[in-house]
Design a binder for this molecule. Structure first.
Ligand code: AMP
Ligand code: TRP
Length: 329
């Protein structure tokens, strides 16, 4: 049987091109090589406060986005995390396998708890235990994510091995799958910070739903480095390197080809071409997104089917886990 691929995105706000380039584009590219489960991780979203009505809308929009980027629902299963209760169940168990010190070291926890200093939830802390459960429930072998999730994945591997050594071989130890370039798209306004949905300024990111005019404006305002040439030098010229990375993904051109294309030209020409390329890249996604958003019956059918498939596998795994641990009778 083909290896299992699992990944997920939190249904918070709208997806940006960092999510697309770092994660979803990769899902679409490799889906045919694996059996795939793509999850809308709503239980992770509630580790910071969410408005219920907005959350429910975001769950459906995120699932629609998976389809819009090209996930084929006839081959892959798409489902909502909270609809398969085994995620919570194994998440609790994983929180008993992880150590305080290990979870305290997680960068995402440190960043987010600093932002929500007044009311950091216990769930924000144990978030990686739930993520480990998502992955381990399905004997996942590969997990395509952006670079910011590598640390969580490494912890997942540690928890899987620890469980296996305490209770006997139970979980497959998964591998990350990361883009060679573009695993970490940076903010347009600040190339030292990753592009993020929770950025204070919307000009920091391009949403996959942004209109052409908005995309043009955001790219024209994107910060650049002190040089003038279009040359890839991630260390010394991170701003232009970031824009070139986006261009590379939008056009499929290599860095060398891009440098050649813009030899003797300046930032103005490059930004114009970049805006056009991003608009072109997002156009089919935006069209499909609207189609799926306007056909909730089709989306419901796909999510029901995904839930049933995930449920069956998750139930079988939990039975084994409980037996090994001596839980229940
Ligand atoms: P999140 O929005 O945190 O649920 O992230 C969803 C997916 O997008 C994960 O695989 C992240 O690693 C990836 N991701 C988020 N931000 C970026 C970014 N700026 N660059 C590349 N990948 C990203
Ligand atoms: N923590 C991931 C993020 O913020 C989302 C996520 C939850 C995930 N469970 C997962 C990603 C399992 C891959 C596999 O991006």
């Amino acid at each position: 049987m083909a290896d299992l691929l699992f990944s997920g995105v939190q249904p918070t706000n709208v997806l940006h091109i960092g999510n697309y380039i770092g994660a979803l584009k990769q899902w679409a590219d490799v889906q045919h090589r694996y059996r795939c489960l793509f999850c809308v991780v709503d239980l992770h979203a509630i580790t910071v406060p969410q408005d219920p009505a907005k959350l429910r809308k975001n769950v459906l929009d995120t699932a629609a986005a998976y389809l819009a980027v090209g996930i084929d629902p006839n081959r892959s299963n798409i489902f909502v995390q909270s609809e398969v209760k085994e995620h919570t169940e194994l998440g609790w168990i994983m929180s008993t396998i992880g150590k305080m010190g290990e979870l305290e070291r997680m960068t995402q926890y440190k960043d987010k708890s600093a932002k929500h200093a007044e009311n950091t939830s216990v769930g924000l802390f144990s978030y990686p235990a739930l993520m480990a459960a998502d992955i381990l429930l399905y004997d996942t072998t590969v997990v395509p994510v952006g670079e910011d999730q590598l640390q969580h994945l490494e912890l997942t591997r540690v928890l899987a091995r620890r469980f296996n050594s305490h209770f006997g071989e139970t979980f497959v130890v998964p591998q990350p799958l990361i883009q060679k370039v573009g695993a970490r798209i940076m903010g347009l306004d600040d190339p030292t910070k990753k592009m993020s949905k929770s950025a204070i300024s919307a000009s920091s990111y391009i949403a996959i739903t942004d209109e052409p005019e908005v995309i043009k404006k955001k790219i024209s305002r994107a910060v650049t480095d002190s040089g003038t040439t279009i040359e890839y030098d991630e260390e010394n010229r991170p701003a232009i390197a970031n824009l070139m990375t986006i261009y590379h993904h939008a056009t499929g051109k290599s860095m060398k080809e891009i440098e050649k294309e813009f030899a003797g030209k300046g930032y103005g020409d490059f930004k114009k071409a970049l805006a056009e390329a991003v608009i072109y890249m997002l156009n089919p996604i935006q069209k499909k997104l609207k189609e799926f958003q306007s056909d909730p019956a089709e989306l419901t059918k796909i999510l029901d089917r995904g839930r049933d498939a995930a449920q069956e596998a998750a139930e079988a795994k939990m039975k084994i886990v409980k037996e090994k641990m001596g839980l229940g009778r």
